[in-house]
Design a protein around this ligand. Structure first.
Ligand code: RP5
Length: 175
């Protein structure tokens, strides 16, 4: 099967998370998910799998994902964003969908395409754009942390740092 240059986070540990996106134009959004998984040391792979331009590849990716040892898939797409839902149809793995902002409808089309799944085939759908990509990865981390105490400690520390940053925020009126 031909895929567009998969990128493994490392040559050794097998990827636990697949990050896929419909186009390289989704990268600036989806790199937020990459950054989070990298920060938490979770092995991942990242690649373009287009539902519409690479349908056979998408079917093969979804069909093989669980058997290859992946624990979750983060799928981002924009416009007629069918990739997350079709992957969810092809695998029992949890699929985390990220609506990528689109040129004409600002990602509202992406959001509705991803979130309105039929009963029985869920996609956990996140916010449009960067926050959604980062939160999808954080949700994967939270799920893995349920059975990984070291990862749970890392997640607690991440949240504590975030709280401190918020507490240290100063408004111009008080500066
Ligand atoms: C979707 O179409 C992709 O996920 C992307 O968000 C959008 C536009 O793709 P390009 O035309 O920029 O490749 O399939």
């Amino acid at each position: 099967m031909t895929r567009s240059s998969p990128t493994d986070s490392s040559s050794t540990p097998a990827p636990l998370v697949g990050i896929v996106m419909g186009s390289s134009s989704d990268w600036e959004v989806m790199r937020q998910a990459v950054d989070i998984l990298t920060e938490f040391g979770i092995p991942f792979e990242a690649q373009v799998v287009s539902a519409h331009r690479m349908p056979i590849d998408m079917v093969e990716y979804g069909g093989a994902a669980a058997g290859r040892g992946l624990r979750a898939i983060i799928a981002g797409a924009g416009g007629a964003a069918h990739l997350p839902g079709m992957l969810a149809a092809l695998t029992r793995l949890p699929v985390f969908g990220v609506p990528v902002p689109s040129k004409y409808l600002r990602g509202e089309d992406s959001l509705l395409s991803i979130v309105q799944m039929p009963k029985g085939v869920p996609v956990a759908t996140f916010a449009i754009g960067e926050a959604g990509a980062a939160n999808a990865a954080l949700h994967v981390v939270a799920n893995l942390a349920v059975t990984d105490a070291a990862l749970a400690d890392k997640l607690d520390a991440f949240r504590a740092r975030q709280t401190e940053v918020a507490r240290a925020m100063v408004l111009p009126v008080n500066a």
